[in-house]
Design a protein around this ligand. Structure first.
Ligand code: N7H
Length: 518
């Protein structure tokens, strides 16, 4: 039996000490991302001392409480809860170079991934080659010495955001301490809130975290938050807590429920901290749409189905994988079944319906291609090199808390200049180790043409799975859309234009840095 007592005993999180965007998720419509270069350690510490109380007011406790109130209002039928309650949140994170400039002790004890930073890791580890190579990145990411910290300010209301940013940046201590090397705005799409620029609903599937997300059905389904959302030990995302065990528990079907070792990383003062990956990903929307039409025509499919085969979800968010609810053979519908006009929008919107699927009943990808984006990035109960028994438990040690937001104006086909606007996704994700989470997903799953391997219990695939069609970096990739035919070629339309790895310290550490105690 799983050690369910431990589930409760070991999840007392110090939420007031953990910055809010990781475990909580700001989830705001407007976000300023201010990349900062410190002028010198003393002035920077003076400013950090000044802003630490603001950060303390944007802790996970504050953000989770607000988000719960927001969801309650929604459940009560309030269509725009932000007209009744609103908040502005502020978090501060440091690059390794930033910590070194601050002269924080033991910086060499941090792991290599974080020390090297995204630019150095890009070409070898995470596919940043060709047009995504760091030489083509925008400033300041080309020169990591210009990126010491990232101040994230997020608000429901655009004016409130501007007011707060002005307040922070007009403070003489801020001005004495830093230069702003980039102010990167992120905004929810005004025309299609909750959807990214290719048109797909995003931010649906997140790992559930024990001690944060209560099970919807504590008696019938105690190991999941919403249906299909496995609850994981918080140490996967925050340092100092129990982690997942990558091997199966013989007594329990599904990911191992027992608490694994306490997460540790870097110097001995990193408890309640996380690592944040920030990646600026440009999306070429018209080229993506053309490519979807080309593939749709070639295969005689509707473009809705073609898009769903590439992503694993229709644009509404409805998962393509619905086999477990079908009594017999299942063919996914050609037109988006979650379309708000012609279908049932709850398939994409409702937490009870939009994540309740696995791939085990579709091992060859006849419904959801094995290289579809959501399948590559989170293979659920898929067979992996960890072996039949341990695949699912092992996969749960490579999850991320995604906190992305779009940037740039949406694509409007009849505006001649719209095609060339710089737009895309500010991809942010939190974890306890960049190597084991973000880099593992990108390198070992997404960028590998041979992942996932054929399930030994199923008929072999006619070709290799191919690349994730959304975020693999090869200009001309392939994807196996029919497990009994050759893979088809597909171009890719997401370009990395910058990014960095950051450390998100606990509130206490931030205060100690400000006070000169660390
Ligand atoms: Fe992805 N997209 O619009 O196609 N992503 N993603 N992603 N992504 C997801 O379930 C997208 C990127 C993951 O739990 C959805 O929330 C785009 C990176 C993971 O089932 C959609 C970009 C990485 C999941 C997109 C992009 C990931 C996920 C479905 C870049 C990590 C959860 C909605 C421009 C290396 C899978 C949802 C699960 C879901 C899109 C980037 C990872 C629609 C356009 C860089 C783990």
């Amino acid at each position: 039996m799983p050690n369910t007592n431990a589930t409760h005993a070991n999840t007392t999180l110090n939420l007031r000490n953990i910055q809010g965007n990781g475990l909580g998720g700001f989830n705001k419509d407007h976000q300023s991302n201010l990349f900062l270069k410190f002028r010198n350690a003393d002035a920077a510490r003076e400013w950090i001392k000044d802003i630490a109380d603001t950060i303390a007011g944007s802790s996970s406790a504050d953000v989770i409480q607000f988000n719960n109130q927001f969801s309650t209002l929604r459940a009560q039928g309030v269509r725009h809860p932000e007209t009744l309650i609103s908040a502005v949140w502020t978090n501060l994170v440091f690059s390794w170079r930033g910590l070194a400039v601050l002269k924080v002790p033991d910086v060499n004890a941090f792991p290599e991934d974080f020390k090297q930073g995204m630019k150095a890791r890009g070409p070898g580890k995470i596919g940043d080659t060709g047009e995504s190579a760091p030489d083509h990145w925008i400033d300041p990411f080309k020169n990591p010495d210009d990126v010491h910290a990232l101040l994230i300010v997020a608000a429901d209301d655009a004016h409130e955001l501007v007011r707060t940013v002005q307040q922070i940046t007009s403070n003489p201590k801020f001005q004495a301490a830093v230069t702003i090397t980039l102010d990167q705005a992120g905004n929810t799409r005004p025309d299609l809130p909750g959807h990214e620029h290719f048109g797909f609903k995003d931010g649906i599937s997140q790992p559930g975290v024990k001690g944060v997300d209560p099970p919807d059905d504590p008696l019938g389904n105690p190991t999941q938050g919403h249906p299909g959302q496995d609850l994981l030990w918080p140490g996967e995302f925050v340092i100092g807590y129990a982690t997942q065990i990558p091997r199966a528990d013989a007594e329990f079907d599904g990911p191992n429920q027992n608490p694994g070792p306490i997460s540790a990383s870097g110097p001995d003062w990193t408890r309640d901290s996380s690592y944040l990956v920030f990646r600026r990903l440009r999306q070429n929307v018209p080229a993506f749409e053309q490519e979807v039409s080309r593939v749709a025509q070639k295969l005689g499919w509707h473009s809705d189905l073609t898009g769903a085969k590439l992503v694993g979800r229709y644009k509404s968010g409805a998962p393509i994988e619905q086999r477990k609810f079908q009594p017999g053979p299942y063919t996914p519908p050609p037109i988006d079944p979650g379309n708000p006009v012609t279908g049932n929008p709850a398939l994409g919107n409702s937490n009870a319906l939009n994540n309740n699927f696995e791939f085990g009943d579709d091992p060859r990808g006849a419904i959801c291609p094995v290289a579809a984006h959501v399948r590559k990035a989170y293979p659920r109960d898929e067979f992996t090199p960890a072996g039949k028994q341990d695949s699912e438990s092992s996969t749960q040690t490579h999850r991320i808390l995604r906190r992305g937001i779009p940037y740039g104006a949406p694509y409007v086909p009849h505006y001649p200049t719209s095609a060339t606007v710089d737009r895309g996704l500010l991809f942010l994700c939190y974890q306890n180790s960049i190597t084991d989470h973000f880099e593992f997903i990108q390198q070992t799953w997404v960028d590998s043409k041979t992942f996932p391997p054929s399930d030994p219990g199923a008929k072999p695939l006619a070709d290799q799975p191919g690349d994730d069609p959304i975020i693999a970096q090869n200009a001309d990739g392939t994807i196996l859309l029919d497990p009994d035919a050759k893979a088809v070629t597909i171009s890719h339309f997401v370009q990395t234009t910058g990014g960095e790895y950051f450390f998100s310290p606990s509130v206490d550490v931030l205060k100690r840095i400000g006070a000169g105690q660390l």
